[in-house]
Write a protein that binds this ligand. Structure first.
Ligand code: GGG
Length: 360
């Protein structure tokens, strides 16, 4: 994850496969992880959480399970979410009650989302961007505040006079710590940091982000900085993604821009992420950026690469950068050898696992 962290001797890892394609991609991630560190290096505790658990028990994530998860060294999460239009699971129940509850309760303040255009992969949104290696950036998305904070409500619900509010929460503390993390990461990379916001319209939240960014930048004279309004950033992300090194932005803008980043670097099936508790007081959580993709669940066609690359982020965070690099190299080798032939989810996992094992 680019920044130093503690290295537990035999990490105890929580595994939450979740919904839809989550269990399929997590199985491949664990296969590659085991091929990398061996069968006994970590202990795993599996948690049966998600839509089926809610349907069976009426609970999404109870306090005892949350307290237990908080004792682990890291969490691997697959995907969360019922099929859109599900008549049995209310929209947002699992996303808010499981995924966001974990991020908030475990104070996972930085949502790290790296994007890389692998050699040979063509940017489908801008096919002229073919030069693998040049597009390589990390989005540092704020993880516990903004419009995701759940600060809102409804009046006169269901009537023609209904009013709904969703208020973005931005604390000086939260904004400063994520911006500081991003500057520290930029120093370890190519030394450029871009802030994305919309401060010309969102004058209150944007003003705070801007001021804090300018203040913190004074402590990092070795980092060059730039600013883009989020709407302009969506264009730059397609036409000139190589311009980015580290991006820092709020929770919602970060969620949206990283889906676009995934699209320009080969697809959402390749995009890993880490939810970092930067204080190291709670476990961090590692998950593919993608959701549960119910339309392809059970078909064996989900690409597990994002979940596998998330294992590299976890190993780095757990103080095993050499093992992380082995997974990254195996993923890059697998990407370089890809053809148009469709592979089963487990074939991709097998291929990457044997590349890791072969290189050791
Ligand atoms: N891989 C985790 C997952 O299921 N993500 C879907 C989702 O709803 N994500 C929202 C977010 O990352 O904030």
């Amino acid at each position: 994850t680019g920044l130093p962290s503690a290295a537990p001797a035999r990490p105890n890892i929580a595994v939450i496969p979740g919904d839809g394609i989550g269990p399929e991609v997590v199985a491949e991630a664990l296969k590659v992880l085991t091929a990398t560190v061996g069968p006994d290096a970590f202990t795993f505790t599996h948690y049966d959480l998600g839509a089926d658990h809610w349907l069976d028990t009426g609970e999404v994530l109870n306090d005892d399970t949350l307290a237990d998860l908080a004792t682990k060294d890291a969490i691997i999460l697959g995907a969360v979410g019922a099929a859109p239009g599900s008549t049995t699971v209310p929209s947002g129940l699992l996303e808010r009650g499981l995924l966001l509850k974990l991020r908030f309760a475990l104070d996972q303040d930085v949502n790290l989302r790296p994007s890389k255009l692998y050699p040979g992969v063509r940017n489908p949104l801008a096919p002229w961007v073919t030069c693998g290696g040049d597009v390589d950036f990390v989005v540092v998305r704020e993880g516990t505040e903004g419009l995701y904070a759940g600060n809102g409500g409804s009046l006169r619900k269901g009537t023609p006079d209904e009013v709904a509010t969703e208020v973005s929460v931005n604390t000086a503390f939260g904004v400063e710590r994520v911006i500081r993390y991003a500057f520290q990461l930029a120093i370890r990379r190519r030394g450029h940091l871009t802030l994305l916001h919309k401060h010309n319209v969102l004058v209150h939240a944007g003003g705070l982000w801007n001021r804090v960014f300018t203040e913190v930048s004074k402590e990092f004279p070795g980092v060059t900085t730039s600013y883009l309004h989020i709407d302009a950033a969506t264009i730059a992300m397609v036409t000139d993604p190589a311009r980015f090194d580290v991006i820092v932005t709020d929770n919602l803008f970060g969620d949206i821009i990283t889906d676009e980043a995934a699209a320009v670097t080969g697809g959402i099936g390749l995009a890993p992420s880490a939810n970092i508790n930067t204080a190291h007081t709670f476990p961090s959580m590692f998950e593919p950026v993608h959701g549960s993709a119910p339309d392809i669940a059970g078909k064996g066609i989900a690409d597990p690469t994002a979940a596998i690359s998330s294992m590299a982020l976890m190993l780095d965070h757990l103080g095993r950068p050499r093992d992380a690099a082995r997974i990254e190299a195996a993923v890059a080798a697998d990407m370089a050898g890809r053809t148009s032939a469709t592979r089963h989810t487990s074939e991709i996992g097998d291929a990457i696992a044997s590349l890791v094992a072969g290189a050791s």
